[in-house]
Design a protein around this ligand. Structure first.
Ligand code: PFF
Length: 454
């Protein structure tokens, strides 16, 4: 196992908080419920869970192993482990992916700040769903206000990144993640006890497999990658800060379970609430911003729950943005030997260009499209449905076939001190099952599978 002189997270809890902080985010609470709503509820959930198990878990373990063995950022780790090859380009794709994700993520995070503000000033009270929907579209299509919120979000993210790995990332996530759990559990209990809420649970847990087709499969796979922050070097970067004594497979199990739990809990909060007030759960990105204010507006103590919920959403978003920014900042500072402060400031400014493009997609630029998608949809779709699965595919191939097998085994077994009876199965999965699975889903979506007779 290579030596370690890199800065380290200080405890096992800190590693889980930071990695779960990255994984648990808008992907779980904002994106997962509306994808589930659009793609038929439980059947989507079934495939999502399947992808998390056969792809998510092994890929996350591989990313941690690559980062800890390489002791460097998303690009540097590949270079260290395979100096002659071109595999470091996976890291470059990861950095680009991080930029694009931050572009739309900062906008939705900004919306959560607006909604905290609206909740605090009691603006949902007494409004029906039509008024709330109109309010959302009026706000999101504005050219200035959402952009200002996105700027504020990025400034907060940059401030935490500037504090560094220990004082910034570690301290903030260790405080915010437990808070998030408490809030979401309290909200889940509130939601299922709403009159009519059980109908929402039925939708969530009764699968209708007739709704499954190739795009649903791709969306479920993309959601698994997005939600677990995989395929773009994020877990490689965090893995490089993980202590050599940490049991990577335990950490990965905990993070994967926590992430899936929060996604399901978010659905348990949102679907009963949507059904209770008669809102269509398939309505897309605005789902949580309309459904929940509507529920809160009719609820005793609704203002309290509203403030709590949007704080939850913001906290979840922030800990993910931090990890996205760290991918880029670690890459630039290390590969180009630059200082953290100027790099963080420049990265923030560059991200804001993408943020403006994404935000205007809801208003002034809603007719500006590429491949028929607005900038917002393009950044969202191209990252989760193309770059992340492709990155994941290449990462499994790298870990399974290119990285010295010895180093891989040393990382997952902590230099032989842990029994890893499952290593053979893990190897089969990263060598064959996961890459072929990803390839099949991608080809299936492109329609290629029909030509080659699969
Ligand atoms: N996993 C985050 C979420 O579910 O919201 C999104 C994300 C964070 C993706 C960090 C990628 C990443 F590197």
């Amino acid at each position: 196992m290579s030596k370690q002189n890199r800065i380290n997270f200080s405890s096992k809890l800190a590693v889980v908080a930071a990695a779960a902080g990255s994984a648990v985010g808008l992907g779980n609470i904002w994106r997962f419920p509306y994808e589930l709503g659009q793609y038929g509820g439980a059947a989507f959930l079934f495939f999502y869970v399947l992808f998390v198990i056969v792809m998510g878990f092994p890929i996350m373990l591989s990313e941690f192993a690559i980062g800890r063995a390489g002791q460097s950022n998303a690009v540097g780790s590949f270079r260290k482990l395979d100096p002659k090859g071109k595999w470091w380009l996976i890291g470059v794709m990861g950095v680009i992916t991080a930029f694009l994700i931050m572009g739309f993520y900062s906008v939705v995070s900004g919306w959560t700040l607006e909604y905290i503000y609206q909740a605090v000033t009691n603006q949902f009270s007494g409004k029906d769903s039509i008024t709330l929907a109109a309010n959302f579209s009026e706000f999101s299509s504005d050219s200035v206000r959402p952009v200002l919120w996105a700027v504020l979000v990025m400034v907060i993210t940059a401030a935490i990144i500037l504090l560094g790995v220990k004082d910034g990332i570690e301290k903030s996530t260790k405080f915010m993640m437990p808070l998030l759990f408490i809030i979401i559990i309290a909200m889940g209990i509130r939601s299922v006890t709403l009159p009519g809420g059980l109908e929402g649970l039925r939708f969530l847990f009764h699968p209708d497999f007739s709704k499954i087709n190739s795009s649903v499969l791709l969306s479920a796979m993309g959601q698994a990658f997005f939600s677990l922050s995989l395929g773009m070097g994020c877990m490689i970067t965090y893995g490089s800060y993980v202590n050599k004594k940490n049991k990577l497979s335990h950490t990965v199990t905990e993070v994967t379970i926590l992430d899936s739990l929060v996604a399901v809990l978010a659905a348990v909060v949102i679907f009963p609430a949507a059904f209770a007030v008669g809102i269509n759960p398939g309505q897309g990105p605005e789902l949580v911003f309309i459904t929940l204010p509507n529920v809160f507006s009719n609820l005793p103590g609704g203002q309290f729950w509203a403030i709590l919920f949007f704080i939850l959403l913001f906290v979840a978003a922030l800990t993910s943005l931090i990890s996205l920014m760290e991918v880029v900042v670690a890459f630039v500072t290390e590969q180009f030997k630059m200082k953290r402060v100027p790099v963080t400031i420049s990265v923030t400014l560059a991200v804001l260009v993408f943020s403006v493009m994404s935000s205007l997609s809801f208003g002034a630029w809603k007719d500006v499209t590429i491949f028929g998608m607005t900038f917002f949809d393009l950044f969202d779709n191209i990252t989760s449905k193309v770059f992340m699965p492709l990155g994941g595919l290449l990462i499994t191939l790298f870990a399974g076939w290119v990285m010295p097998l010895n180093s891989l085994k040393q990382e997952v077994s902590n230099n032989g001190s842990l029994q890893v009876k499952w290593f053979g199965i893990y190897l089969i999965i990263i060598r064959y099952v996961a890459p072929l699975g990803i390839l099949l889903v991608l080809l299936n979506q492109l329609g290629v599978s029909k030509w080659i007779g699969l």
